[in-house]
Structures are given as C-alpha cells and as structure tokens.
Design a protein around this ligand. Structure first.
Ligand SMILES: C[S@@+](CC[C@H](N)C(=O)[O-])C[C@H]1O[C@@H](n2cnc3c(N)ncnc32)[C@H](O)[C@@H]1O
Length: 215
C-alpha cells in the first residue's frame, strides 16, 4: 500500500478552520461551501443506490458528512432514514442549517462525533457512505496507518453484516482500497468515474466503489 505524506488535511484543526469559514459564508451569503469531488460525485452514488432498488427507508450513514449536501440530495431523492456524523462541530452546524433551509431536516439526524473514537449508534446501519473522509484519515500526521485500521474497525462496528459501503476517494485506486478493506469486505461494484489521459497514460481522478461487508 503506498503511503502519502502526512498533511494538514488529516487533522481536525484543518477541518475546524475550513468549516468555521464555510459556516460564516453560509450565514452571510447563503453559500453552502465546497462539494468534494463535485456534484457528479453525489449523483453517481445516488443513481447507483437507486439502481440497486435500495428501499427508501434503509438506514444510511454518511461518514464525515461535512456540509451534509450528500444527505440533502439523498433526502430529495426520497431516502428518509439518514444520519451524518462529523468530528467538526461547525460542519454539523452548517449541515443542520442547510438541511433546514432545504426542508429535509425530518429525514436527517446529525451528530458531532469522532468516527474513529466515540461513535456508537444504537443500531447498525444498512449502508455507509464515505466521500473524501477515508482520504482525510489517510493523511493523519499522527500514525496514518493505525488510523486507517481504526477506520475499518469502526466501519465494521456500525455497518450490518452484508451491509453496503460506498466510498469515493481521490487518494486511492480501486486495487488499493480493496487491499485496505478486502479482509472484511467484498467488491460489489466499481462505479464509473471520468477518466483523463496525460503523456500517453490514462487514469481516473477519483475512484468510486461499492463494497459489501462479509458475514
Ligand atoms: C474531504 S472532507 C469531505 C466532506 C464531505 N464528505 C463531502 O463530500 O463534502 C472530509 C470530512 O471528514 C471529516 N472527518 C475527518 N476525520 C474524521 C473523523 N475521524 N471523524 C469524523 N469526521 C471526520 C472532516 O471534518 C471533513 O468534514
């Protein structure tokens, strides 16, 4: 597994500063802030869930929800049992404000919690989603390898056996993600993402895949 240089993006201080700014931007200008990997990354996940005929009442957790926009779009698509967690209090305050503005608060529960630490829901989820959070965890300057292992452990604690995990990453290839999660998860589907070519080589700027937890 390749290692990335530790980065500020792997620290809570970084995200506190980002969402403090974004919360202020929302309060002053109604700007919802950054959607990681763009609108298409939300559509891709929602289309895939709907193609699987996932019941709209399925319990869905968005890990490191940030501004909660993925949950807003899921709620608009009819999903009504949604939870978002983030360890950054301003991210959750922003997500709450956006959910209220968009009229979807009844379908969404939001909680400030460290996914790698204290999060212990009363029931396991049918589906867990991650867009950019495992990437952030992977950049933790304080022992990223251990943080990644903790992430997999937390995921297995909160996701039902045979439950689905849909991850979008800009740091890891599909093969690398399978190596990271493959002991506890099997590949369900790779979600097509835009490709680019450079210097005769082609690749993908993001990886999106669905994994299923083994029994
Ligand atoms: C790249 S941002 C993505 C935000 C959101 N998923 C999106 O797609 O816009 C990473 C998010 O993960 C959150 N995060 C990182 N480590 C976390 C942890 N251990 N527990 C909970 N949230 C975490 C950050 O606060 C940040 O909101």
């Amino acid at each position: 597994m390749s290692e990335f240089s530790p980065s500020a993006l792997g620290t809570r201080e970084h995200w506190d500063a980002v969402y403090s700014r974004e919360l202020q931007g929302f309060q002053e200008y109604g700007d919802e802030g950054e959607i990681w990997f763009g609108e298409g990354s939300m559509t891709r996940v929602i289309r895939w869930l709907s193609a699987q005929n996932i019941p709209l009442c399925s319990s869905i957790l968005d890990i490191g929800t940030g501004n909660g926009m993925l949950l807003v779009e899921l709620a608009k698509a009819g999903y009504n049992n949604l939870t978002g967690v983030d360890y950054c209090a301003d991210a959750i305050a922003l997500a709450k404000s956006i959910c209220e503005k968009e009229g979807v608060s009844r379908s969404v529960t939001l909680q400030v919690t460290d996914f790698l630490g204290s999060f212990s829901p009363t029931q396991q989820f049918d589906i867990c989603l991650d867009k950019g959070t495992f990437d952030a965890v992977s950049l933790d300057p304080d022992n990223a390898e251990e943080r990644r292992l903790q992430y997999v452990q937390s995921l297995c604690r909160v996701l039902k056996p045979r439950g689905l995990f849909v991850i979008t990453s800009c740091n890891w290839t599909a093969e690398e993600l399978l190596r990271q999660f493959g002991k506890e998860f099997e590949l369900k589907a790779e979600l097509p993402t835009p490709s680019f070519s450079f210097g005769g080589q082609s690749g993908h700027s993001v990886t999106a895949m669905a994994l299923q937890r083994r029994d």
